[in-house]
Design a protein around this ligand. Structure first.
Ligand code: SAM
Length: 258
């Protein structure tokens, strides 16, 4: 992958995730890889309570923005054949170390989730857990996911909720407020003060139109509500009290028409 193949935003995010890897994700990856149960989001809600995953046994699945690839590892343990794609070499290096440490092997590809080298209709599933879902442009990566999926293919992505995005303060790393901080209509490319990364968030209506235009039917929008006694290490996003009242995270589940 050469610099010229990367958009300016993808290159910025790669630099940010190189630093995040050194700061914390390499350590957190081991905890996530070791976990047997699938847990959703920053409050770690168990899949047994969320019920968002289909039977993935035998599924060829691509993870777009796989990071340290723990979600792919969870799918592999359930019989799927994942392929991880990520733009940050350090994140994939940690994923490779975890593969060795945990004795699980699947392909990891260095590249931009918005333009992958895989053939048309080569996967049964496409997922993103806070990967492309938040860090890549939906108007690029959703068409790419549609291209990669077979008819009937399953798309699932988890990201911050649209509601959260409009109530976070401008300055990075401050938790959700209870007042609107920016317009909902027109939101797309988002940067926080004091942070060089670039996020992407669009309104619900725009997600539904984009998915529909790319051949998907939306099956579910899972708005995650943490249980009463939940804890999170990400108190910079939303407090438990906030997230108990309003959705801070949302998982979209769609099916490619076929
Ligand atoms: C929050 S982490 C992903 C979390 C992931 N579930 C894990 O197992 O670590 C976000 C990841 O998205 C990746 N990313 C950001 N922009 C990307 C892009 N355009 N293409 C592919 N990966 C991207 C980053 O390199 C980073 O590893």
């Amino acid at each position: 992958m050469t610099q010229s193949e990367l958009s300016a935003d993808a290159a910025r995010n790669r630099d940010v995730w190189t630093a995040e890897n050194a700061a914390y994700t390499a350590k957190q990856a081991r905890e996530a890889w070791a976990q047997e149960e699938i847990r959703w989001g920053v409050f770690q809600k168990p899949e047994a309570e969320v019920g968002a995953l289909p039977d993935v046994a035998g599924m060829d699945a691509v993870e777009l923005g796989c990071g340290t690839a723990y979600f792919s590892a969870w799918l592999a343990k359930r019989g799927a054949r994942p392929v991880g794609v990520d733009v940050t070499p350090a994140q994939l290096e940690t994923a490779r170390e975890c593969q060795q440490e945990f004795g699980l092997d699947f392909p990891l590809h260095l590249g931009n989730a918005e333009t992958t080298p895989f053939g048309d209709a080569s996967f049964d599933g496409a997922i993103s857990e806070y990967g492309a879902a938040l860090w890549a442009d939906p108007y690029a990566w959703i068409p790419e996911a549609a291209r990669l999926l077979k008819p009937g293919g399953w798309l699932m992505f988890l990201t911050n909720s649209a509601l959260l995005t409009i109530v976070l303060p401008d300055k990075e790393d401050l938790p959700a407020t209870t007042t609107f901080q920016r317009p909902y209509f027109g939101m797309h490319r988002q940067q926080w003060e004091g942070d060089t990364s670039v996020e992407f968030h669009i309104p619900h209506g725009a997600w539904i139109d984009l998915l529909h235009e790319n051949g998907f039917d939306v099956e579910r929008l899972v708005e995650l509500q943490p249980a009463e006694a939940s804890t999170t290490r990400y108190t910079n996003i939303a407090t438990l009290d906030w997230a108990r009242q309003w959705p801070s995270e949302e998982a979209w589940i769609a099916r490619k028409r076929g």
